[in-house]
Design a protein around this ligand. Sequence first.
Ligand code: ADP
Ligand code: MG
Length: 503
Amino acid sequence: MGKVVVVLAAGFAVATCVVASVMVGRSVRRRRRWRRAVGVLEELDEGCATPIGRLRQVVDAMAVEMHAGLASEGGSKLKMLLTHVCNLPTGKEKGTYYALDLGGTNFRVLRVQLGGQRSAIIGHDLDRQPIPQNLMTSTSEELFDFIATSLKNFVEKEENFSGASQQERRELGFTFSFPVKQTSSSSGNLIQWTKGFSVEDMVGRDVAECLQQAISRKGLDMRVAVLINDTVGTLALGHFHDEDTVAAVIFGTGTNACYLERADAIIKGQGLVTTSGGMVVNMEWGNFWSSHLPRTSYDMDLDVDSPNPNDQGFEKMISGMYLGDIVRRVILRMSQDSDVFGPVSSKLHVPFILRTPLIAAMHEDDSANLSEVARILNNTLEIPNVTLNVRKLVVKICDVVTRRAARLAAAGIVGILKKIGRDGSGGIASGKTKGGSQYKMRRTVVAIEGGLYTNYRMFREYLNEAIGQILGEDVAPHVIIKVTEDGSGIGAALLAASHSSTL
Ligand code: ADP
Ligand code: MG
C-alpha cells in the first residue's frame, strides 16, 4: 500500500513537472511571439520618428525646393505652377456668379449671390451629378456637351425660380482639378488626366476653351471668366473671408497646396512681369521629396506597388488615400512575424482594404475594451478574437502612422510660411534680419480643406500641435489655421467675380 502511494506520488510529481515545463515552454514561446510583435511596432516607431530637429529640416527643404521650382521648369519635384490668378476676392464683390467644379467622379454646378460686403454670400444653390462612366473615356466634345447641358438646365431652372432676368453676360468660374499648364487666369492646357479620366483628344488642349465652345453650342450666354483648381478655390474663399489668408492646403484623398507669392519672386524666376501685387502658385506639393522625410520599408513597398512609383512621395506619406494602406502593411508584417493575430488573414494581402476612415475609427476608439478595434479587425480584415493587448498594438500603429503624417504636413505648411517670410524667422524671402527688434510678425492665415483634416481629430490635433512646436510660442499665436469648406465650388464663383469683365 505504502509502495503504491509512493509510486503514485512520484508519478504525480513527474506529471506535474511535465505539465509545468510544457506550460513554461508555451508561455516562453508566447512571450517571444509577443516580443516579436512589439519589435515590429518599435521598429515602425523609430522609422517614423519626427523629432523637432527633423521637422525643421523638412521645413527648410520645402522652402528650398519652392525656390528651385520657381527658378526653372523641372528645377524641383515641386512643379510650382503659375496660376496667373492675381486678384483674390476681397469681400467687396457683388452680383450673381456661377461655378463649375470638375475634379473626380462628381461634378457640381453652383450659383452664388454676393452682396458686396464680406461674409455676405447671400445664398448659393447647387446641383451635383456623377459623370457617366462612358464619358470619362470618350471624346472632349461628348464630355463637355454633357457638362454644358447640365449647366444650361441648372441656369434656366435657377433663373426661372428666382425670377431674375439676366442683364449682363453670365460669368463662370471653372474648377478643374487635374494638372494644367495655365497660360492666363482663364486658360490653360491639360497636361495629363488622372483619377480614371482618359479623354485622349483633350490632352494638351485649352480646357477653358473646350468648355466655352460647348457652352456656346448650347446657346448659353456665359463667359468662362477663370480657370482654377480646388486649392486655388480654397485660397480664394479663405481670402474672401479674411484678407490675411496667404496659403491653402488640401488634406483629402490626395494633398496639395497653393500660396500667394510676391511678384518679384516670380519675375526673377520665370521672367514674367504680370502684376505689382502677387500671384497664386499651385505647388503640386504631393510630389515634394526630401531625404529628410522619415521613410520606412512600408513606404517603399507601397510606392513600388503603386501605379505611379517615384511620384507623389509626400502625398503617399500624408494623404487619406494612403494612410490606411500603410497601417495594413504593418499589421500584415506583424501577423507574419508573430502569431498574435492567429493565422495570417488573406484579407491582409488586399491593397487598400483598410480605408483611412477605419484607422481613424480604431485610433479614436475610447471604449475600455477597444470594441471598435475588435469589430473592424473582425469585419474588414477577418481577424477574430484578438486580445486587448493586441488591440492596443493596433491603435498604436494607427497613432504612429497618423502622427508622422500630421507632423510632416505641419512642417510642409511652415515651409511655405518660411518661403514667404511669415514664419517669424525673417526667413529667406522676407529680407528681415533674424532677431531684429523691428521685426513684427504679421497675422497670417492658412486655409485648410479636406476630409482627412475635418473628420480625423487626431490628425488635426497632431498637425496643430506640431505647427505650434515648430514656430514656437512667440510666433505660433500669429498663425491661424482655418477650416475653409467648399472652396472648390464657392471659391471659383468668387474668383469669377473678382475677374469679372463687368467690374
Ligand atoms: P476629396 O479629396 O476626394 O475631394 P474629401 O476632401 O472629402 O474628398 O476627403 C475624402 C478623404 O478624406 C477620404 O478619401 C478619406 O481618406 C479621408 N476621410 C474621410 N473621412 C474620414 C474620417 N472619418 N477619418 C479619416 N479620414 C477620413
Ligand atoms: Mg476635394
